[in-house]
Design a protein around this ligand. Structure first.
Ligand SMILES: O=C(O)CCC(=O)C(=O)O
Length: 271
C-alpha cells in the first residue's frame, strides 16, 4: 500500500544501518529552499517575539571557557514551535522527514517535542558533551532527535559534533548538581572532551539525526551571524517517557497509526 504520510526509500539500508551503528546520520536537502526560507522567516519572528535568553548552568562553563566568556555567553531558546507558527507545524511532519523516520524507527512514529537553539553571534553558547536522555528519559532507545538546520554550519559557528558509537552503552551518569544546586545535565568535562568528537557540518535545509543516547555537543559561535537550528524529537509510540521535558503530553503521529497496548485507554476529552 502507498504510504501518503511519508516518502519511501529515502534512506538506503546502509544509511539506516550507519545511523544505528554510529548513532548519528546527516541527511542532505530534506527541506526545499522555499520551505526553509519560510521557516527561517518565522523563526526570526519567534526569536524576537517569544524566545527566552538563557544559557546552560554548571561547572562546565569555567572548564571550557575563559572567565569573561563563561560569564557572558548567550543562547536563545523556545519549545513547541508548532504552537506558534503554521509553517513550523507543517515542518514537523514534512513527507521526506517522515520517510527518514520510517526508515529509522519503523511504521509508527510520533513527534515528542520541538526546541529552538539559536547561538547568537560572537558569544553563542557552546554545549558541553551530553546525551539527551537525561532531559527526557525514555524506556528504550527507539528515539531519534532531528536537528533541522536553518544556517550552514562549520567549526566557526559551532556545528554539531558526536562521539561515534557512544549510544551503544545506553544512558550515562551526568553531572546534575554543582555546589549544592541543580545544574544543566552534562558529562564530566575531564572525561568527555569536545576535542575527541567528530564534527558534522551541515547545510541549510539538511537534517542531522541522532539517537537519544548519542553523546554530542558543540563549540562557541564566534562568527558575526546567529547559528539557528531546531531540534525535533521523534519516538516509537510504545517507547514510554519516564520524566522531563514534555512529560505527559500526547505525542502527534507523523508516520502510521498509534498501536494499542493491552488495556490502554484512549485519550481523555478532559484537559
Ligand atoms: O545546538 C547545539 O549546538 C547543540 C544541540 C544539543 O545539544 C541538543 O539539541 O541536544
Amino acid at each position: 500500500m502507498t504510504k501518503l504520510d511519508s516518502q519511501t526509500d529515502v534512506l538506503s539500508k546502509e544509511e539506516a544501518g550507519q545511523f544505528w551503528t554510529q548513532g548519528y546520520l546527516r541527511v542532505p536537502d530534506v527541506y526545499a529552499p522555499d520551505e526553509v526560507a519560510e521557516l527561517a522567516e518565522d523563526l526570526d519572528l519567534l526569536i524576537d517575539r517569544w524566545a527566552r535568553s538563557n544559557t546552560w548552568t554548571g561547572p562546565w562553563r569555567e572548564a571550557l571557557l575563559d572567565a569573561d566568556l563563561a560569564a557572558t555567553i548567550e543562547l536563545r531558546s523556545l519549545h513547541d514551535l508548532r504552537y506558534y507558527s503554521a509553517a513550523w507545524a507543517r515542518a514537523t511532519s514534512n513527507a521526506k522527514l517522515a520517510g527518514v523516520l520510517r526508515c529509522l524507527l519503523g511504521d509508527a512514529v510520533e513527534l515528542h517535542h520541538t526546541t529552538m537553539h539559536v547561538k547568537p553571534p560572537e558569544r553563542g553558547q557552546p554545549f558541553p558533551l551530553h546525551q539527551d536522555w537525561p532531559f527526557y528519559p525514555h524506556t528504550d532507545n527507539r528515539y531519534v532527535d532531528v536537528l533541522l538546520h536553518l544556517d550552514d554550519t562549520s567549526h566557526d559557528n559551532g556545528e554539531i559534533r558526536f562521539l561515534p558509537g557512544s549510544h551503544l552503552g545506553g544512558p550515562l551518569q551526568h553531572v546534575t548538581v554543582a555546589e549544592g544546586a541543580m545544574c544543566s545535565p552534562h558529562l564530566p568535562t575531564d572525561k568527555y572532551r569536545l576535542a575527541d568528537t567528530t564534527p558534522v557540518p551541515a547545510r541549510r535545509g539538511d537534517i542531522v539525526c541522532f539517537n537519544i543516547n548519542t553523546v554530542h555537543g558543540s563549540y562557541l559561535n564566534t562568527t558575526s551571524e546567529p547559528r539557528r537550528l531546531v531540534r525535533m524529537g521523534y519516538r516509537h509510540p510504545d517507547n514510554a517517557q519516564l520524566g522531563g521535558q514534555a512529560m505527559g503530553r500526547p505525542g502527534v503521529m507523523v508516520v502510521g497509526t498509534k498501536p494499542r497496548q493491552h488495556s490502554q485507554e484512549p485519550y481523555s476529552s478532559e484537559a
